[in-house]
Design a protein. Structure first.
Length: 318
């Protein structure tokens, strides 16, 4: 999937990723191969939520629903791909992405977990590669009984159009589930002892501005009310609903979670530093200082509270 990277967690790809172009003078191109370790580590941190989500999707589909083929759209390094393969032991799961290096990671991960015989990869650019075909020599991605996509649809200009296309790839009785919207991640208290209190709330506001600019510059960008249940219903899905799982890692954090937060803040600085005022830029630099006691790698009050909201609906059986 050709997408764009969000600067941090509120619109970022904690379970997947975005890639392709970045926009504006304060944006940077991303070397996804170089970021592969970071992306997979981020997925590992969220693995409890991903496994809960996969299990919930199996529960919603029900024990009588035969799930033979699953598409993971915007799969990144395949952490959720493998969680889906574990939750649906009779299904082929196809990791679909636009970055070959990340697809290689997905395949290697599946092999390590003993899932290599049921996990496949597919290099694809969306929305074009959704059109037609049987998923093999005929082109396209083919049909599926479950289509999963995390934080990827919002990187397509016409969000309703891609939901329509994904619905069209479902077999009758199949389910489309997208992780979109939701709440910004929280990792710091309001007053962190440096800079002006409310630092994280100000970052949220800048990210909303960045996100809207990114959306407006996408090819074929179409404004729509981001009512995801209504959008899924408009795509022709029934039994539309949602659920949310929390990743709640209280302070004090371990090393893996601290590294995750430092990666998020580093990406935010790389993309948005010119938009920060001098005081907040200084605060961010202190948070990223690996030797400072107030830095994210050392401070005792850092935590991770992240909500993953999933919207799902079923294609009416013929």
């Amino acid at each position: 999937m050709s997408t764009h990277s969000s600067p941090a967690q509120s619109h970022g790809h904690e379970n997947g990723h975005g890639h392709g172009h970045d926009h504006g003078s304060d944006s940077t191109e991303i070397d996804w191969e170089a970021m592969a370790d970071t992306l997979e580590n981020n997925g590992e941190l969220h693995l409890p939520v991903l496994r809960q989500t996969a299990a919930r999707l199996a529960e919603l589909l029900g024990p009588d629903k035969e799930v033979r083929r699953i598409l993971d759209i915007g799969s990144g390094p395949g952490v959720m791909t493998c969680a889906l393969a574990e939750a649906f032991p009779d299904a082929e799961v196809v990791a679909v992405d636009g970055a070959p290096a990340l697809l290689d990671r997905a395949l290697a991960r599946a092999e390590r977990l003993g899932l290599g015989d049921r996990v496949a990869i597919r290099h694809a650019e969306l929305p074009g590669d959704l059109e037609g075909g049987d998923g093999h020599a005929g082109g396209g991605l083919g049909e599926a009984d479950l289509i999963w996509s995390s934080k990827a649809v919002h990187h397509i200009g016409d969000q309703q159009g891609v939901l329509d296309a994904l619905t069209g790839a479902l077999r009758p009785g199949g389910m489309l589930a997208v992780a979109e919207g939701g709440l910004p991640m929280r990792c710091l208290p309001r007053d962190i002892g440096i800079g002006t209190p409310g630092f994280q709330a100000r970052l949220d506001a800048l990210q909303e501005y960045w996100f809207e600019r990114m959306r407006s510059e996408l090819p074929g960008s179409t404004s729509t009310v981001e009512d995801w249940p209504a959008m899924l219903a408009a795509a022709g899905l029934t039994d539309v609903g949602s659920f949310t799982y929390l990743l709640d890692l209280p302070a004090p954090l371990g090393g893996t979670a601290r590294t995750f937060l430092r990666n998020q803040l580093t990406r935010l600085r790389d993309v948005m530093s010119e938009s920060l005022d001098a005081d907040d830029r200084k605060t961010l630099d202190v948070l990223l200082d690996g030797t400072a006691p107030e830095g994210i790698l050392r401070r005792p009050d850092a935590f991770v509270l992240s909500a993953t909201t999933v919207f799902a609906g079923v294609r009416r059986a013929s």
